[in-house]
Design a protein around this ligand. Structure first.
Ligand SMILES: CSCCC(=O)C(=O)COP(=O)(O)O
Ligand SMILES: [Zn+2]
Length: 215
C-alpha cells in the first residue's frame, strides 16, 4: 500500500513536533527519551509514531513514521530505510486500540517518577479534590477521585502493552498511566487536549510531592 502524507496529517505532525521541542526544553526528554504519536486523520489504518533515539531538541515532522495499527509494522516503503519506530510503539498502538485518543505523549519528567514512588505497592495512584482536575476531559467537579494506573517498568513492552488494557479501560477519567522509575504516558483526542492533560498531571505531581515534603 502506498501512503502519502496528506496536508491534514502533516499539519498535526508539525504541531506535535513543535510541542515536542517545547517539552524538551521543560525536562520531559533527557538523553533522547520520550516518544510521541498521532492517529492519522486521513487513514484509519495508520498511526504516525516517533522514530527511536531522536534528540528531541531536533525533532521535526520528518521524525514520524507511519505504521499499520493492525500489523504494528511500518509501511513497506519505510522498511528498508534503516529507520525504526520507538521501542515503545506497542504502548502507543494499544492506547489507540482501546481509547478515543488521537495523540499520545510519553514524558520522562522527574516528578512523574517521584510521584509514583509515593504509591509503593499500589496499582493506582488516587488523586482527588483539586480544582485543576477539571482540566481532564469530561471532569466537571473537584469532588471526585481519579485513579492513575501504575506499572512496574519492564523491557518487555509487548507484554506491558497487553497488561495496560484492563487498567485503562477501568478508569474512564484517567488520561495517563505511570511506569515506575521510567515516566508517564498521557493522551487526548487532540494535540491540544493531550498537552492540557499533561499540564494537569504536572501540576498534580508538584502538589502531592510538595505536600509529602511538608508532612
Ligand atoms: C534513553 S531513553 C530509553 C528508552 C525510552 O524509555 C524512551 O522513552 C525512548 O525510546 P525511543 O525508542 O522512543 O527513542
Ligand atoms: Zn520511555
Amino acid at each position: 500500500m502506498s501512503f502519502i502524507i496528506k496536508p491534514q496529517d502533516l499539519e498535526e505532525m508539525k504541531k506535535l513536533a513543535a510541542l515536542v521541542r517545547v517539552m524538551n526544553t521543560q525536562g520531559h526528554n533527557p538523553a533522547t527519551s520520550g516518544n510521541y504519536s498521532l492517529r492519522s486523520k486521513t487513514n484509519p489504518e495508520i498511526a504516525l509514531v516517533s522514530e527511536s533515539g531522536i534528540d528531541k531538541s531536533k525533532f521535526t515532522e520528518e521524525n514520524f513514521l507511519p505504521l499499520y495499527h493492525g500489523t504494528r509494522q511500518m509501511l513497506e516503503s519505510y522498511t528498508n530505510t534503516g529507520r525504526k519506530s520507538s521501542d515503545e510503539t506497542d504502548i502507543h498502538l494499544t492506547i489507540y486500540q482501546i481509547t478515543k485518543a488521537n495523540c499520545v505523549l510519553h514524558s520522562h519528567m522527574l516528578d512523574a517518577l517521584l510521584f509514583a514512588d509515593l504509591f509503593q505497592g499500589k496499582d493506582f495512584a488516587t488523586i482527588k479534590h483539586l480544582e485543576l482536575l477539571k482540566g481532564f476531559k469530561g471532569v466537571k467537579t473537584h469532588e471526585l477521585e481519579i485513579n492513575i494506573p501504575i506499572f512496574d517498568n519492564t523491557q518487555d513492552i509487548r507484554n506491558l502493552a497487553e497488561e495496560i488494557k484492563p487498567a485503562i479501560l477501568s478508569q474512564p477519567n484517567s488520561y495517563g498511566l505511570l511506569l515506575r522509575g521510567h515516566g508517564i504516558y498521557v493522551w487526548g483526542e487532540t494535540v491540544e487536549e493531550a498537552k492540557r492533560h499533561l499540564e494537569v498531571f504536572e501540576y498534580i505531581f508538584k502538589y502531592y510531592l510538595n505536600s509529602a515534603r511538608r508532612a
